[in-house]
Design a protein around this ligand. Sequence first.
Ligand code: DX5
Ligand code: ZN
Length: 235
Amino acid sequence: MSGQRGNPWQRLGPGPLIAPSLLAADFMRVGEMVSAAVAGGADVLHVDIMDGHFVPNLSMGPGFVQSARAFTDCPLDVHIMVTDALYYAERFAEAGADSVTFHIEADSDPQAVIDLLRRRGLGVGLTLRPGTPAETLRPFIDQVDMVLVMTVEPGYGGQRFMEDQLPKIRQVRSWLGPARRLEVDGGINPATARACAQAGADVFVAGVGVFRSGDIPGAIAALRASATEGAAERR
Ligand code: DX5
Ligand code: ZN
């Protein structure tokens, strides 16, 4: 392992980034699936953490991230769908996350979470539920590396993409400017990735679309091709 760590959003080059979500991997074969995704060009691995409280589902914990960290050099972006974002941001930083993406609706003071992640040199991602207005991010937007616009209600993989989030993507892109990242997560396939890229997204999370496709490298390549087309068609 080269062991190069640090804020992936500042380290990775421009262009669409593909972030397969391990939530959709077969947990009995997760190492094999991570290897296939990384060999197939995954830029980032997306790790969905659910606490059974902020969302009505449970997923994995810090031990999973620790094992993933030891297994691969691919950057780990940990999306924490948890009520106590400050506490868990620290736990996942300790476990080896490269970036933590937390919800504006969590109970924690967003500024305190941002400060913690900055102190530790991690990437800072901020996200919101589909029903939360983009304006709620505004006070923090200059301090984050990435905004994740959720395109499904968080909690489960395999849901249908919400087209009504496209105007929010356009709005957030206008605030972020061209340099920072705008990620989409939920129901992403080549067609929806293209629509999101047209609206200004440049990081594409996909769970079912990659890990249940039967062709992990092919699915990653198809997402990248569509996102690249969408970016060229941006208006
Ligand atoms: C939903 C998670 C997503 C999810 C996406 O709560 O944040 O990352 O894994 O899954 P797909 O791509 O299957 O819609
Ligand atoms: Zn996610």
